[in-house]
Ligand binder design. Structure first.
Ligand SMILES: C[S@@+](CC[C@H](N)C(=O)[O-])C[C@H]1O[C@@H](n2cnc3c(N)ncnc32)[C@H](O)[C@@H]1O
Ligand code: SF4
Length: 396
């Protein structure tokens, strides 16, 4: 890599911009992909969306009572498959958000969509409801690979859905999974080039992870799914950075690439340790109440979550005040994923002490971290493949 700065570029929106995100989880899919461990469930019976809309509204009201007066800067419908929701359900949830908080005029409102033709027919309705950005799970541009990933769409159908998204929304993103079995850097470079000709302002490119308790985990354990070795995985990552940077979408986070200004503002809220509400089954939130930072989580099972909201007004199963140490570790873990790195003064404020200068000096010496022109600390490109170890070292 000749020019790390070009391949890895900080987001344009500043950390100091006010941000409050609302995450809404839709926990249903048409089928379960064998690699996925997200909180998603397949149901044979139709989903009672009106009942879910009421429950989302109740949980939004309960959360707003705890953190009143916020201005919502981003809303994200994630899943599961939120593109299975009727546009009226999306509209109902957005109305509830606007009843309880002020929503910024330029709020980013994203919906995750599976790229099938049926779902694309709903895109216009989502826009009318208020959505202004979609994120599509394309995953691969090869039909044989898509079948192995258990996807219900072909590459053509996915690209058609991308074209529909492009015709309706100013902003769209799509996801691809790489470091797949037998994948070689030159094949990935070609696939990525094709993807980039279809890209808007954002792409998410994830290395395949083998998650416990998934069918892929069992296949992998049985030796029936051979992943690229460490060197190939590294070459695939380098290819990703190079190809995307050359097309004007440098990485602003380990797995996320954007044209300048096209970064996902909602995900930046997480990585910058700002405040967000988690609504719906299995959603996580971070709420700042009376100087404490609360980590919240809701019941994961959709029907149990509904019952909880209907009887007690919210589906909370966790509401912990984070200790200073937990807050500082989280700040490092999230912030060091970003090309902009972390503000050392903010770290010192959260943890009540600066980072250990000896550890910082050692990591600097090994070329794993660097100080930016703006005086922030960030992980270098060689440091990224060992990010977890770098964070563990700094947090120790
Ligand atoms: C909530 S999921 C998907 C949204 C949508 N349901 C879909 O599948 O199109 C968000 C993204 O996570 C990525 N993902 C899920 N499981 C993964 C895994 N085991 N390894 C790498 N990426 C994964 C996929 O790219 C997926 O699009
Ligand atoms: S990858 Fe998407 S469609 Fe597949 S199970 Fe996970 S959330 Fe559902």
């Amino acid at each position: 890599m000749n020019s790390p700065d070009a391949a890895f570029a900080p987001p344009r929106a500043g950390e100091e911009d006010p941000a409050f995100g609302v995450y809404i989880h839709w926990p249903f899919c048409l089928s379960k992909c064998p690699y996925c461990d997200f909180n998603s469930h397949v149901r044979r019976e139709p989903i009672d969306e009106a009942r879910f809309t009421r429950a989302f509204a109740a949980e939004i009201a309960a959360t707003a009572a705890r953190v009143p007066g916020r201005t919502v800067s981003t809303i994200f419908f994630g899943g599961g498959t939120p593109s299975l929701m009727q546009p009226a359900t999306i509209g109902g949830v957005l109305d509830a958000v606007a009843r309880h908080w002020r929503v910024a005029a330029d709020a980013e409102i994203t919906l995750e969509a599976n790229p099938t033709s049926v779902e694309a027919t709903r895109f216009r309705g989502y826009r009318t409801a208020g959505v202004n950005r979609v994120s599509l799970g394309v995953q691969a541009l090869d039909d044989r690979v898509l079948a192995k990933l258990g996807r219900l769409h072909t590459a053509r159908e996915a690209l058609d859905a991308v074209a529909v998204a492009r015709s309706i929304f100013d902003r769209y993103s799509f996801d691809l999974i790489y470091a797949r079995p037998q994948q070689q850097p030159k094949d990935w470079a070609r696939e990525l080039q094709t993807a980039l000709t279809e890209a808007g302002d954002h792409l998410s490119l994830y290395q395949l992870t083998i998650e416990p308790e998934t069918p892929f985990f069992a296949l992998h354990a049985a030796g029936k799914l051979r992943l690229p070795d460490e060197d190939t995985a590294r070459a695939l990552y380098d290819t990703t950075l190079e190809v995307c940077a050359a097309q004007g979408l440098p990485a602003y986070e380990i797995s996320n690439h954007a044209r300048p200004g096209g970064e996902c503002r909602h995900n930046l809220v997480y990585w910058r340790a700002q405040e967000y509400a988690g609504i719906g089954p299995g959603a996580h939130g971070r709420l700042d109440i009376d100087g404490d930072r609360h980590a919240t989580a809701t019941e994961k099972r959709p029907e149990a979550w509904l019952a909880g909201v209907e009887t007690q007004g919210n589906g909370l199963v966790t509401d912990d005040v984070l200790t200073r140490e937990e807050r500082s570790d989280e700040f490092l873990l999230m912030g060091l994923r970003l090309a902009e790195g972390i503000d050392l003064a903010r770290y010192a404020e959260i943890s009540n002490r600066p980072l250990d200068p000896v550890r910082v000096a050692m990591l600097h010496e090994h070329g794993l971290i660097e100080t930016t022109a703006a005086g922030r600390l960030r992980v270098t490109l060689p440091g990224f493949p060992v990010l977890d170890a770098v964070v563990a070292d700094l947090a120790a």
